[in-house]
Ligand binder design. Sequence first.
Ligand code: HEC
Length: 114
Amino acid sequence: MLLQMTMKKLKTSMIVGLGIATLAGCFPKASEVIRSLPVENKEQILAKYNQAEIAEGQVLFTSNCAKCHKLKEPESRTPEQWNKTLKRMIPKAKLNDRDGQLVRAYLIVNAKES
Ligand code: HEC
């Protein structure tokens, strides 16, 4: 009897676990998408995003990236450095994939020369 109940519990938790795993697979976390972005330079970013998108990236940056520390100047880092740092910071700021990519576009376009 006791064994039967334990088995039932085990089965239920296995089903719940599988369900969560499947759901997570369908909605990859922002961090995964951001982490998989290639290292891009200014020219590549300008070819992919228009001025309105870059302006939106600036707004998202100023409103989301000064919660834990002061805003870091875009010119304080090279595109290579932003590519690396943003893989950690965009998930910290809990930005979705699109917003994260716009912040990244704004920062790389305004980064210091590498
Ligand atoms: C939840 C808090 C939090 C948010 C939100 C956050 N940061 Fe950070 N940031 C940190 C902490 C903590 C550090 C220092 C530790 C580290 O480098 O991981 C840091 C360090 C940095 C650094 C210096 C380290 C480096 O690698 O150059 C930069 C640049 C930076 N953040 C940019 C950003 C940008 C851009 C955003 C918005 C997308 C952002 N941060 C949002 C917590 C945060």
